[in-house]
Design a protein around this ligand. Sequence first.
Ligand code: PLP
Length: 420
Amino acid sequence: MIFLDSAATTPVRREVLEAMWPLLTADFGNPSSHHELGESAKRALDGARTSVAASIGCRASDVIFTSGGTESDNLAIKGLALAEPRGRHIVTSAIEHEAVLESVDYLVRVHGFEVTVLPVDSRGVVDLKQAGAALRPDTTLCTIMYANNEVGVVQPIAAIAELCREYAIPVHTDAVQAAGWLPLDVAELGVDALSLSGHKLGAPKGIGALIVKGRRSLEPVLHGGGQERGKRSGTENVAGAVGFAHALALAESDRVERVERIARLRDGFVTDVITRLPDVILTGPSLAGATLAPRPDSGTGIGTGTGTGIGIDAARQTESGPSASAPDRLPNNASFCFPGTSGESLLLELGRAGIICSAGSACAVGSDEASHVLIAMGIGEAIAQTAVRFSLSADTTAEQLATVAAEIETAYRAVRSLAG
Ligand code: PLP
């Protein structure tokens, strides 16, 4: 099996499991218990909190352990917006994860909030001028993701936070996909809140964290025993928190080297796929390190929305080199549209060859609608249905990617010939 679906989830790292094991067995106390076992669990939890704070550049008291990215997004958005007395207006983007979009929608439906949804360009990037223009004196929260789960586009979060600072508007970013691949220092990013999820990083499913800078008040979503300083009730997942802290520290420790290595492999893979299949479209920002064959501009149905046409950007690289203004992209993401096929049939064909990847996003259960991210980027619905995402891990090798590129070619030709 070749696993290229790390954006969906990752296996638990051995070191992480080893760090968790004592907390699941002999040292199994409840951190709220006033006896030795409880106090030992509390020390482990406090240690995990301090470790996460060191990885993120915040104070230990800013760290709230949650059950994962979805809960962190819900708590950040509902918690910050409902605690902020200045108004009922939220700014977000059109390509957020469902955990963000649905939380915002809840505030609109149930609490009468107004929302401004920022469009993105053909690469998936939010326009700073439009972001600035959307901010109002009654804006309660600006929530924009750090890196997108489908096309890997990285948003200019520090610049957006700077705009918000002028009006003292709280800023939240969903950093679930960024963690382990991009710098996470909250002071440098300038955000007030940041969501993280353990299972994208080599920790188990069911653990994550929300960072909320101390100056911001937060209305809890879960009420009960007052754990996590009253911000998230429920007996803490001590072993999960310890595993999460360990995974985050490990991911940070070799991030720079890994990013360089995996980005190079990814660039080679994209070049290989597009050279074999010139009709295939790389979605999201173009790549600095890939040499892409010029792609015919006609007959793909691309560029029917607001953008200039996905893939055109990439094709132009050959002539002019990467643009200095080109936004970054997650180093482990390669996402394509395969005109004349369907993402699901390609997935099946690749699955038969032992290759695991994803059609669109695995985060929306049973959804076969075209991706809202690709639609927002101006890709027509028919082409958006042909999307497949490959997300690399630290263990991905050049040999694996060469095999996958060859199998993609075979699968693409097979699916196209069946489609007539
Ligand atoms: N936010 C983003 C960007 C994601 O990619 C995901 C999951 O893929 C989530 C939030 C939800 O995280 P979790 O699966 O931990 O609930």
